[in-house]
Design a protein around this ligand. Structure first.
Ligand code: FE2
Length: 176
């Protein structure tokens, strides 16, 4: 599967702009880390683009519906499949690869960064500073749906300290 095919599949199953945007944000963060580590950028991108593609139409069965679909209808790698399963903690699937760990670490954090950009009067992510992201992260009432514990656990598992992790995700989204 190519990146564009993944994007198309995701859009077919994801009617809302907000969830599409979320997956594009996660794609950007995944690409950033893949480049940093000289890993396979396309694999990282596709994992980011697809990780929630079944969420809107099959919320009760997420991510199992999506994984089954991908296995039966596409050639998506098992590494991506395992990462998609692993990003949902309740699946019980361990995050063993760097790709899986990255997906888990960036998923929720992109939501916080986007929310921090959107409350700016100019709504311009390029103007958003790291200090502001850090402040919002500490303030648990802000974007309260973002699970800080999972983000921290994810960064730790990746071996990236939280400040660096926030800087990386912010930069990735700004560049996109
Ligand atoms: Fe997600």
């Amino acid at each position: 599967m190519t990146r564009d095919e993944a994007y198309e599949l995701m859009c077919q199953h994801t009617p809302s702009d907000s969830l599409r945007r979320h997956m594009l944000n996660v794609e950007a963060a995944m690409r950033h880390y893949a480049r940093l580590w000289e890993e396979d950028e396309e694999q990282y991108a596709i994992a980011g683009l697809l990780h929630d593609f079944d969420y809107e139409l099959h919320p009760e069965e997420h991510p199992f519906w999506g994984v089954k679909y991908l296995q039966e209808n596409t050639d998506v790698s098992d590494e991506i499949i395992q990462a998609i399963l692993g990003h949902a903690s309740y699946s019980g699937v361990k995050r063993e690869t760097k790709l899986a760990k990255t997906l888990f670490a960036v998923d929720e954090l992109t939501g916080l960064v986007q929310a921090a950009a959107l409350i700016r009067p100019d709504k311009d992510i390029k103007m958003l500073e790291l200090s502001s992201v850090k402040k919002r992260f500490k303030n648990k009432a802000f974007a309260a749906g973002v699970n800080r514990d999972e983000v921290q656990e994810g960064a730790q598992d990746l071996g990236v300290d939280m400040d660096t992790h926030m800087a990386n995700v912010l930069k990735a989204m700004q560049e996109m």
